[in-house]
Design a protein around this ligand. Structure first.
Ligand code: ADP
Ligand code: MG
Length: 714
């Protein structure tokens, strides 16, 4: 038997229950899908219930369709309300209990039923005993016992109810725990989902940026594709053009191949022909070389026939400001063939004031006739003069020493003839630049035949028997220093000037530069009183060396071009002051060297055993250009002025003397009879060969030598 509990305990227990219920996280779960709802939703669901429960304090839960039937017993003092609680318990049980508890308090009666609502059926309770009279204590006790019993039953029922509710509460708590766990899981899942969503957002952002970038790239690529398509179109066009061209080329190639096969046969025959031609060419080259050697030999013989010592006379024109000579002062008689013949004679008229006639009238002028290898009247230009000597220059290239002098008084045109006129006018270029240009050009031609030539130039001045370098540069410029003439080595025939520059030249410009330098050096040495250049000999020498490597041939010879010092004599009536004494010494040195030159030429012509080369620096320096097979040409330069007649006569006489030197002896000529007829014909007592004789020589080249020999002597 369960101990009886007081109503206060029940009330207290109900209050605790109410608190526990109020503290419960949620109402009991509804079956089915409500469990799946989130905690928030569940809260929301609970809220109206709470409200409703609260409202039950004043309102009986009659409005709830599922509310338990509840009978409110008006309480009076000493009475207990009789509650009829349905056996059926459910989720709304706690609400009912709360309502009961509230109703235990003295309070207002059950609220009036709302109009329009169906009132629940009235609870059929125990029939209320009629009020016992005060004296009926037994009856009252009985009632109280009945009531107690009823209360006990009710308490028991409530305990059971309580137990059920506790069980339900436990279940609800378990469910709440499970739901809490589920909620946490869901929250975690939610957080995870959110994180994933954020990550997804970020990725989406990145992807959007990538998409933008890709779109941009796509745009660029599309532009590129368009360009490429355009280019492709162009290339296709070009390809079509090239294909057409290729077709054309192929057609041509086929035609060419056809022509080629035809040509190949031709080539084979041409090759045979070429081989034959090459053999012929080799033969011709051989012949050409033979002819070249023969040409050299004949050229040399021709020069010898013309005379190894030749004299040309050149008369310069009257210069502006000079007095014109009287008519007939200088005459140039024509040759045997008339005016077309180049002049070789010159006659000079001199009126001798010392001579007189018996009548007292002035004596007729004396005519002096001279004959030379060639006479150039004043009108002859530099080119005409050079033409005459170009053959001689050729001899130098063939390996024969050649020496050309310009002799005459100061102002007669020696420097003009050798170096040229002032101003660098090509028309008035002298023999030196012209000769070198000719040499360079012929050497170039001969290179085709296998000859290689080299040229080394030197330019010195001999003044008062001292040698000075005209090509000196730097500190030696203008002074030159002392130069000596020495043999190149012991036992060597070659001569060299110490301290002098020997400059290799290969073109005209280099020669021009050297001549310019020489002029500068002379200008530095010039003084007001003494035009030193006219008082010294200028010697331009070119060492020519040729080699034919293929045939092992060599040739070497010097070409010397000498501008001699003025040949005038000192005026005997001149007072001998210090300047004049110096001038006298100069003149003596000049005269001595010029007469030595004459003697050397004479000794060479006479084939004397001793040639006085050493008597002057000039002849000593030129000895290799004078002896042996050397060719010598002397220009005698004449002034056209009457006032220079005396010096002109002296010059002409000196030149005539040089020219009239004996020709090679008969025995010498006989030595070369076997080589050529022109050599034989050159033997003519007392003179050189006249051009007419040469024409005969050339025409009669085919005749046997002995016939000509017979014809000539008999
Ligand atoms: P040289 O050297 O004998 O003393 P130059 O050669 O200096 O004489 O000549 C003297 C002057 O005469 C110069 O002004 C020169 O230009 C001039 N002369 C010489 N020969 C000729 C010529 N053939 N034609 C024109 N002028 C000449
Ligand atoms: Mg001069």
């Amino acid at each position: 038997m369960e101990p009886q509990r007081s109503p206060l305990l029940d009330v207290k227990g109900n209050i605790e229950l109410k608190r526990a219920l109020a503290k419960a996280p949620s109402r009991l779960p509804l079956p089915g899908s409500r469990l799946k709802r989130g905690p928030d939703q569940m809260e929301e669901d609970l809220e109206p219930e709470k409200k409703r429960t609260r409202g039950l304090g004043t309102k009986v839960a009659t409005s709830h369709p599922r509310a338990m039937a509840l009978t409110t017993v008006p309480q009076t003092q000493g009475q207990t309300a009789v509650l009829k609680i349905p056996r059926k318990t459910g989720p709304r049980c706690s609400t009912a209990i709360a309502t009961v508890l509230k109703n235990q308090k003295p309070g207002p009666a059950v609220p009036a039923q709302k109009p329009g609502t169906t009132a629940p059926p009235p609870v059929v309770g125990r029939k209320k005993p009629s009020k016992r009279p005060a004296w009926d204590l037994k009856g009252q006790l009985c009632d109280l016992n009945a009531e107690l019993k009823c209360c006990r039953e009710r308490t028991q029922m409530l305990d059971q109810e309580n137990q059920q509710l506790r069980n339900q509460l436990r279940e609800a708590q378990q469910q709440a725990t499970a739901l809490g766990a589920e909620r946490r899981t869901l929250e975690e899942e939610l957080a995870r989902m959110r994180a994933q969503a954020e990550k997804g957002q970020r990725e989406l952002g990145n992807l959007s940026a990538q998409v933008l970038e890709l779109e941009e790239r796509l745009g660029t690529q599309e532009g590129l594709v368009q360009e490429l398509q355009k280019e492709q179109l162009e290339l296709q066009e070009e390809r079509r053009g090239l294909a057409a061209l290729l077709e054309e080329q192929e057609r041509r190639l086929q035609a060419s191949e056809a022509a080629l096969s035809g040509s190949q046969a031709e080539v084979a025959s041409l090759r045979q022909e070429a081989a034959a031609q090459a053999a012929l060419l080799a033969k011709r080259e051989e012949r050409l070389h033979g002819l070249e050697m023969e040409r050299r030999r004949l050229h040399n013989q021709l020069q010898e026939l013309k005379g190894n010592v030749r004299v040309f006379c050149r008369v310069r024109p009257v210069l502006p400001g000079e007095s014109t000579p009287p008519p007939g002062f200088l005459l140039f008689p024509s040759g045997p063939s008339g005016p077309s013949d180049p002049p070789t004679r010159l006659s000079l008229s001199r009126s001798d004031e010392r001579r007189g006639t018996l009548s007292g009238a002035p004596a007729a002028p004396t005519r002096h006739d001279f004959s030379f290898d060639r006479v150039f009247p004043p009108g002859c230009g530099q080119e005409e003069v050079f033409e005459e000597i170009s053959m001689l220059v050729q001899s130098a290239l063939d390996g024969y020493p050649v020496c050309i002098f310009a002799y005459g008084q100061t102002g007669s045109g020696k420097t003009f003839t050798m170096e040229g006129g002032p101003g660098g006018d090509p028309q008035v270029e002298g023999l030196i630049p012209r000769a070198l240009r000719h040499l360079f050009s012929v050497a170039q031609e001969l290179s085709g035949q296998g000859w290689t030539y080299s040229f080394v130039a030197s330019y010195v001045e001999i003044y008062n028997e001292t040698v000075r370098d005209l090509l000196a540069t730097g500190t030696r410029k203008g002074h030159g220093g002392e130069c000596e003439i020495r043999r190149a080595g012991p036992g060597s025939e070659e001569l060299t000037v110490t301290n002098a520059r020997y400059v290799p030249v290969s073109c005209e410009r280099e020669v021009e530069a050297l001549l310019h330098l020489a002029r500068q050096n002379r200008a530095v040495a010039r003084t007001a009183q003494n035009e030193r250049s006219s008082r010294s000999h200028s010697v331009f020498q070119l060492q020519i060396s040729g080699e034919h490597a293929g045939r092992g041939l060599q040739c070497a010879a010097p070409l010397s071009l000498v501008d001699l010092a003025g040949s005038e004599r000192l005026d005997p009536g001149l007072a001998l002051g210090p300047g004049e004494r110096e001038r006298l010494r100069e003149t003596q040195a000049i005269n001595s060297s010029l007469s030595t030159l004459g003697l050397v030429i004479m000794a060479l012509s006479n084939k004397e055993s001793h040639v006085p080369y050493r008597n002057s620096k000039l002849t000593y320096l030129l000895q290799n250009s004078l002896g042996g097979s050397a060719k010598m040409l002397m220009f005698v330069n004449i002034s056209p002025l009457e006032e220079n007649v005396s010096e002109s006569l002296n010059s002409l006489r000196f030149a005539s003397k040089v020219r009239s030197l004996p020709v090679p002896s008969l025995s010498g000529l006989l030595g070369i009879i076997g080589f050529s007829t022109p050599t034989l014909l050159s033997f003519r007592p007392g003179g050189t060969v006249h051009p007419e004789w040469m024409y005969i020589c050339q025409a009669s080249g085919a005749l046997p030598t002995w016939i000509l020999f017979f014809f000539f002597f008999f």
